[in-house]
Design a protein around this ligand. Structure first.
Ligand SMILES: C[S@@+](CC[C@H](N)C(=O)[O-])C[C@H]1O[C@@H](n2cnc3c(N)ncnc32)[C@H](O)[C@@H]1O
Length: 203
């Protein structure tokens, strides 16, 4: 039964790679961007808007925008008075997203490259921070969350989106709540299901 043998080998390879990625947090390479460009079930843009509740002249930081699945929508929600900063470890992701931003005619988005474990922003300078399927890619999550708490205003909010389907770096709601609590961020609400959700935390 050569087919059965091949299927078993493929299943083993897939499971092995999944487990390897799970144990080795690292940024999804630009070359694999097709994975972030497909529709995001459960963690829809509409759901993000409901949990984030953007308003007025707010300043929002999106960490790890990838190819900008949510970026132009967030910028539209904040226009005309609010501003969005995008921050990613890969310049290619930022270039890709900024191309979309320009095409959409948006003038309220700024971009900076770097590692979320060391954010180049002032203390208490953002009303909200958004990360969707990013936290699990960061090797030192504790440090990144401490940085996020630092740049949030005292009443600022953090919105995290996670989806289990196909993402080896997925973080479940319980784990996330424990990690954010350690950074001084209090859980407020969650929308979606345990395998695909947006959660909101406040400083
Ligand atoms: C899986 S993609 C998610 C993209 C987008 N948020 C989405 O949901 O479509 C993760 C993004 O986080 C970025 N990233 C990973 N580790 C990072 C780090 N330490 N600092 C900043 N960005 C990081 C990656 O480069 C990539 O653009």
């Amino acid at each position: 039964m050569p087919h059965a043998g091949l299927s078993a080998a493929a299943a083993l390879l897939l499971t092995g790679s999944y487990l390897w990625w799970r144990k080795h947090p690292s940024a999804c390479p630009y070359g694999l961007r097709v994975w972030v460009q497909v529709p995001h079930p459960l963690i829809t843009r509409r759901r993000l808007r409901t949990v984030l509740r953007p308003s007025g002249a707010e300043r929002v930081l999106e960490i790890g925008p990838g190819t900008g699945y949510y970026t132009t929508d967030i910028a539209h929600w904040l226009a005309p008075d609010g501003r969005l900063e995008i921050f990613d470890i890969q310049q290619q992701m930022l270039d890709h997203t900024m191309k979309r931003v320009r095409k959409a005619g948006l003038g309220n988005v700024g971009a900076a490259q770097g590692d979320a474990r060391e954010l180049p922003y002032d203390d208490a300078s953002f009303d909200a921070v958004v990360l969707t399927t990013v936290l699990g890619e960061i090797p030192d999550r504790e440090r990144a969350l401490a940085e996020i708490a630092r740049v949030l205003k005292p009443d600022g909010r953090l919105v995290v989106g996670e989806i289990f389907i196909g993402d080896p770096h997925w973080i479940g709601p319980k784990r996330l709540a424990a990690d954010t609590a350690a950074a001084g961020l209090r859980f407020r609400e969650r929308s979606g299901t345990p395998v695909g959700y947006f959660a909101r935390f406040e400083r």
